[in-house]
Each structure stands twice: as structure tokens, then as C-alpha cells.
Design a protein around this ligand. Structure first.
Ligand code: HEC
Length: 650
């Protein structure tokens, strides 16, 4: 009898024990002895524990996470015992010095409208609706930037690089990584608060890497557009999914990689896939429910104005993706969005006409999606010049007159200014070698050089398809009235083996382009916003594929493909400071102030190509092809130590 009582009392402890043994034998090697994380994620944080039900845990333990290092243990362990041990680990975990509680988060429409004045936040991809990427912060300035030192770094442990521009809200950094990870990180310490990863289907269709460029926020909700063309709403405090709705379909060649734009109570989302047979669009969703409110097709259908700029049925699959982000002007109540290249990219004979609205900026009513005006950077594009690069809203002084304008550095090699109320063309100036256009007429239509049209033999065209400038964001400083542009200087050989081959009775093949070896390089170029003239430029060894940040401290921050995070004097391009981050940089820097201290952050982690320049043919790239680390810098203060947060939390 006595023995029986003893056994009964000990049963839960035994179960716990069995779970503990199973854990030490099977899991500790990756998740740490106390579940604190190692090569596998931390299994102890309160937010994480709360976000996983027992059923979730059981499913992961049984089946693992296909495509990751997490093996399945079906039949090898007793999941119930393990779960009881995992719960115990959650209760007894040693907490980092921060309590790892995300502060309450609620970003109002008012705050989103005034994001430019929020010193401690970074609320939009381009900081505010103008997309200027200018912060007034000036604690770090030309005179002391040499004291800028890393305060902490955060390893995502995710593959395929980082391209995001993070948000900062109430002391929390929200950053995405490739494969639709989202990380919430304590901005003061680098401690991980939570992480989310979208379960993606096996079949995906994306042209240019499984990348993601950031989330948007509204109220207490984060929005991410995903590789499988869905829009996911996450609770900003816990990372828990609120809803997950369809934007497009993988079967129709859709994916999403760009950051959404929140305007009022609407989440505006673009899509990728224009290098395949598809028809592009921009969507708006209700921020609360995820219901789709409108869709703007980037290629007009039959009977609609502009449909006649496409020969035959080519409009149906004419591309026109919308894979980057938009800007918004509350005064005109218009959103501005760049539209991508027509499809097929290089074989224009099958889609003769201007191909509206590809390679355009469109101005849309955010309430209805109605088109107010458009301007086309490259009519009938046969060089994949795209047109998606960001629109930066700036009030210009032209001929003694103020013009409410937008400026845009296009892949086609020209820096444009367009009236953002009416769409009127103001100027276009080349900022790299250009031979496809001989100039612009008074209405802003490029005068195309017929010798640059793609043919069967191959023709050398400048810029090559990489631009000009890639999607990486430029910055504008109202202090200097200069726009800081990450530039790719290059030419390429373009060929048309489609219709051209047919005409000549030659064997057809995929049309395309090839780079000229060892000829591409980069520049950090400062352009006078009012005139489009170049103020100064600094040559970089590698094509520039990182975004820009301009600050009130007279600094321009950017990164390069070799991993250097750099600060230039905004007046003359003098290099004032640099830090080697250990992997190439493709993301964009941000800055914010907390507790009276200015922080500067950059995500480092190179994978995927700067349009072909990062392959084996580009030797400088080979050592910079992995990893993902967010670095946060502040001025070094002798004697001050960085805050310990209990190890690399995952
Ligand atoms: C070889 C290393 C490895 C081993 C062994 C391992 N894991 Fe994992 N585990 C991982 C990795 C890596 C992930 C993250 C997978 C991902 O990216 O989704 C993970 C994810 C998990 C998750 C899901 C975490 C989340 O937030 O989605 C749970 C739960 C988990 N592991 C539990 C266990 C348990 C219990 C064991 C032992 C029975 C175990 N793991 C053994 C590497 C491992």
C-alpha cells in the first residue's frame, strides 16, 4: 500500500523526468540545455510559449520543419512528455534583464501622417509618406561620427540575406528576413521578443530570390506581403497571426516581396511576377478585417483607356508588376506607385505600342483605386528597365516657382521630376552613361535611339538591365536639397531571339542580356533635386545595391556589396566613417532616438544577385554570400558597457 501511494505521488515527476531525459538526448544539442536556444530557436520566451498551443508543439515534434534543421521525431519520442518539459522550461527560464515584454503598441493614423516628426520611431518603409528617408536626428554628426561603434548585433540565423528596411515602434525593431520571417527585437539590447515565420507552400514562383523588404504597421498590427502572394496581419506584441488573405496566386506567377503601405485604414499592396506571363495590379485591403477593397489593374482591359497601347492579346500577360512600395500625399490625397516592365521583357515585337501602364508612375485615389494621372518613364521598354523604383515627394524650386513634385531615379538611367498634383513632366537628366535615349521632348517622352533596340545579333545598351539604379532606396536631405542615389554604372548586350529570329528565319531562343565582364561599378551620387544636375559623386568598387539614409547631422549612410557600412559628408561626399559588417549589404539604414541617444541600424547579409553582378563571375562577391545580422550603432561612451541581455536570444 505505502509503495502504491508513493508511486502515484511520483507519477507527474516521473513524466517530467522522462520528458527531461528525452529533451537532453534529442533536443538540447540544438535548442540549448535549458531551452535557451542555440542553432535552434529559444523555446522559453513568454511570448513564444503563449503563441504555441500544445497541438502546435506536437505537430512540430512529430513532423519537424521540412526544409530546416528541425527533424521530425514521430515514433521516436513521446510528445506529451516532451511538451510537459517544454512548458516547465518556459516557467523556469532565466529571464534576460529586459522582461521581454513587448510594450503596448498602437500606431494611430495621426502618427502615420506625422511620422517625419517622430524622433524615436521609424513608422514607414521610407520613414514617412514622402519616402525621403531623412531623419532630423543630429546627435551623430560630421564632427563625431568617427566615435560611432556597434552597440549590439542580432543574428537572424536565416538563409538568403536581408533586404529589409526595419520599422521602429516604441523601442521595438520589426525586421523581415528572406522566406518571410519577421523578428521583433528590443531596440535597446538586441534581445529577441518574438519571431514569426510564414509556412510557405513548396511550390513558389519568384524570379529574384526569396526576399522580403519589410512590414507596415497600423494600430497594433503588422502587415507583411509574402512570397506565396498573401497578406498576413500579425499582432505586433506577440507575432500571432490575426488573419492571412490571398493577394495573388502562385499558379498565376504572383509573389510579393515589397513592403505594404498603410493609408488611413487601408493596406495597399503591390505584387511581383512581371518577368513571367502575368497581369500586374495594386490592391487595397481593410486594415482590420483583411477584406479586399479595390484592385487597380496596371494593364487596362478591353474598352478601357490605354488598352490600345498593346497589340493583340498581349495585354493579358503583359507584366507590369508593382513589386516595390508607394508614397502618399495627404494634401492631394493620392498614392504614387511605380509600375514594372512589360512582359516578355526583351521581345517587344509581340506587344507593339506604348504598353501602358508599364514603366510608369501612377497616381491613384487611395479610397477607390481610381487612376488620376500617369507618366511613363520608358514607353515600349525592351531592356527590362522596370519602373518600380521609389517616388520621393519633394517640393522643388524650379524657375523661381515652387513645384510640388516627385523625384525618381529610374533603372533607365535618368533622374526624373514630375508634378505630383498633375503628372506634368518637369525634367529628366541622365545620371549614368545612357545610349538608348537621345533626350526627351517637351512633354517628357523619351526620344529613343533606334540603334539601341534589341536585335538578333545583340546590341550594347547603356545602362544594362541593372540600371541606373536598382530598387534600393535613395534619400533626400532638405538641408542640402540633394538626393543621394545608389548608382550602378554598367552597359550590357541585349538580344532578341524571338520575333527577330522569326523574321530572319533563324532558330528562336530565349531573348535576354549578358553583362560585359569587369565593367560594372558603383557610385554614390548626389543630385540637385531642383535641377537634376549632379552635385558630387563618389565611385565605389562594386555596384551600389544598398539603400540610403540622410540625417540632420549632415551625414549620408549607406552600405556596399563588400560589407562596408559607410557615412559620407552630405555636402561633398567625403568618406567620414566606415565599419566592416562581415557580409554584403543590400538593405537600407535607419536611425532613431531612445532615452536621449541616437541609434543607427543596418541589416547586413548578402545573397542573391545585384542583377547578375554577384555570381561566380564577380570574385568580390564570393566571400559575402551568407548570413543575416542586424547591427545597431551609437556613439561610443568610454566606460559605458552595452546592456547584457542573457545571450543571443532566438
Ligand atoms: C538538429 C537541430 C535540432 C534538433 C535536434 C531539434 N531541433 Fe527543434 N528546431 C530546430 C530548428 C533549426 C528550428 C527552427 C525551424 C524553423 O526555422 O522553423 C526548430 C524548431 C523547433 C520548434 C518550433 C519553434 C517555432 O517557433 O516554430 C519546436 C517546438 C522544436 N524545434 C522543438 C524541438 C524538440 C522538442 C526537439 C527534440 C525532440 C527538437 N526541437 C530537436 C533545430 C533542432
Amino acid at each position: 500500500m505505502r509503495i502504491c501511494w508513493f508511486l502515484l505521488a511520483a507519477l507527474p515527476a516521473l513524466a517530467q523526468n522522462a520528458g527531461q531525459v528525452a529533451y537532453s538526448e534529442n533536443c538540447a544539442i540544438c535548442h540549448g540545455a535549458a531551452g535557451e536556444g542555440g542553432s535552434g530557436p529559444d523555446l522559453t520566451s513568454a511570448a513564444w510559449q503563449a503563441s504555441m498551443t500544445d497541438a502546435d508543439l506536437e505537430a512540430v515534434i512529430e513532423r519537424g520543419r521540412p526544409g530546416t534543421a528541425m527533424p521530425g521525431f514521430a515514433g521516436r519520442v513521446n510528445p506529451k512528455e516532451l511538451i510537459s518539459h517544454l512548458r516547465a522550461l518556459g516557467r523556469t527560464a532565466i529571464r534576460p534583464t529586459t522582461d521581454l515584454q513587448t510594450p503596448p503598441i498602437s500606431v494611430s493614423n495621426e502618427q502615420l501622417l506625422r511620422a517625419g516628426g517622430e524622433r524615436s520611431q521609424w513608422l514607414h518603409y521610407g520613414r514617412d509618406y514622402t519616402n525621403q528617408r531623412f531623419s532630423p536626428l543630429n546627435q551623430v554628426h560630421r564632427g563625431n561620427v568617427t566615435r560611432l561603434a556597434p552597440l549590439w548585433s542580432f543574428q537572424t540565423g536565416t538563409p538568403d540575406g536581408l533586404q529589409a528596411s526595419p520599422l521602429v515602434v516604441n523601442g521595438v525593431i520589426y525586421m523581415t528576413a528572406s522566406w518571410n520571417y519577421v523578428f521583433a527585437i528590443d531596440a535597446r539590447t538586441g534581445a529577441e521578443l518574438w519571431r514569426y515565420r510564414k509556412r510557405l507552400p513548396e511550390k513558389l514562383k519568384y524570379c529574384c530570390g526569396p526576399v522580403n523588404r519589410g512590414v507596415a504597421i497600423h494600430g497594433g498590427t503588422l502587415y507583411m506581403a509574402t512570397l506565396d502572394a498573401r497578406l498576413v496581419a500579425l499582432d505586433a506584441r506577440t507575432g500571432r497571426v490575426k488573419w492571412d488573405v490571398e493577394v495573388g496566386r502562385v499558379e498565376e506567377n504572383h509573389s510579393c516581396t515589397g513592403p505594404p503601405l498603410v493609408v488611413g485604414d487601408r493596406v495597399i499592396v503591390g505584387m511581383a511576377g512581371g518577368d513571367y506571363a502575368t497581369r500586374g495590379f495594386i490592391d487595397a485591403y481593410d486594415a482590420g478585417s483583411g477584406k479586399r477593397l479595390w484592385r487597380f489593374w496596371t494593364i487596362p482591359g478591353p474598352g478601357e483607356k490605354g488598352n490600345d497601347t498593346w497589340s493583340g492579346d498581349s495585354w493579358k500577360t503583359g507584366g507590369g508588376a508593382t513589386w516595390m512600395n508607394g508614397s502618399y500625399d495627404p494634401e492631394f490625397n493620392l498614392i504614387y506607385w511605380g509600375i514594372g516592365n512589360p512582359y516578355p521583357d526583351y521581345d517587344g515585337d509581340v506587344r507593339t505600342g506604348d504598353n501602358l501602364y508599364t514603366n510608369c508612375v501612377v497616381a491613384l485615389d487611395p479610397e477607390t483605386g481610381a487612376l488620376r494621372w500617369h507618366y511613363q518613364f520608358t514607353p515600349w521598354d525592351v531592356w527590362d528597365y522596370d519602373g518600380v523604383n521609389e517616388m520621393v515627394l519633394v517640393d522643388l524650386k524650379i524657375g523661381g516657382r515652387e513645384r510640388k513634385a516627385l523625384v525618381h531615379a529610374d533603372r533607365n538611367g535618368h533622374f526624373f521630376a514630375v508634378d505630383r498634383g498633375t503628372g506634368e513632366f518637369l525634367y529628366a537628366k541622365p545620371f549614368v552613361r545612357v545610349n538608348w535615349a537621345k533626350g526627351f521632348d517637351a512633354k517628357g517622352r523619351p526620344i529613343v535611339n533606334p540603334d539601341a533596340l534589341t536585335n538578333y545579333e545583340g546590341v550594347e545598351v547603356c545602362p544594362g538591365a541593372a540600371g541606373g539604379k536598382e530598387w534600393n532606396a535613395m534619400a533626400y536631405s532638405p538641408l542640402t536639397r540633394l538626393v543621394y542615389v545608389p548608382v550602378i554604372e554598367n552597359c550590357a548586350i541585349f538580344s532578341n531571339y524571338g520575333a527577330e529570329a522569326k523574321k530572319k528565319g533563324l532558330p528562336p531562343g530565349p531573348s535576354g542580356f549578358r553583362y560585359l565582364p569587369n565593367q560594372a561599378y558603383g557610385k554614390v551620387t548626389a543630385v540637385h533635386a531642383d535641377t537634376g544636375e549632379i552635385a558630387w559623386e563618389v565611385r565605389t568598387r562594386t555596384p551600389m545595391g544598398s539603400g540610403m539614409l540622410a540625417t540632420g547631422g549632415g551625414l549620408v549612410f549607406t552600405g556596399d556589396a563588400e560589407g562596408n557600412f559607410t557615412a559620407f559628408d552630405d555636402r561633398n561626399g567625403k568618406l567620414l566613417w566606415s565599419y566592416q559588417t562581415g557580409s554584403g549589404i543590400r538593405a537600407a539604414p535607419i536611425t532613431f532616438e531612445l532615452d536621449g541617444r541616437q541609434y543607427v541600424a543596418i541589416a547586413s547579409g548578402m545573397a542573391g544577385a545585384i542583377r547578375g553582378y554577384t555570381g561566380p563571375g564577380a570574385p568580390w562577391m564570393q566571400n559575402y554570400r551568407s548570413g543575416g545580422t542586424l547591427y545597431v550603432f551609437a556613439l561610443f561612451e568610454p566606460g559605458a558597457s552595452t546592456r547584457f541581455h542573457g545571450g543571443a536570444k532566438r
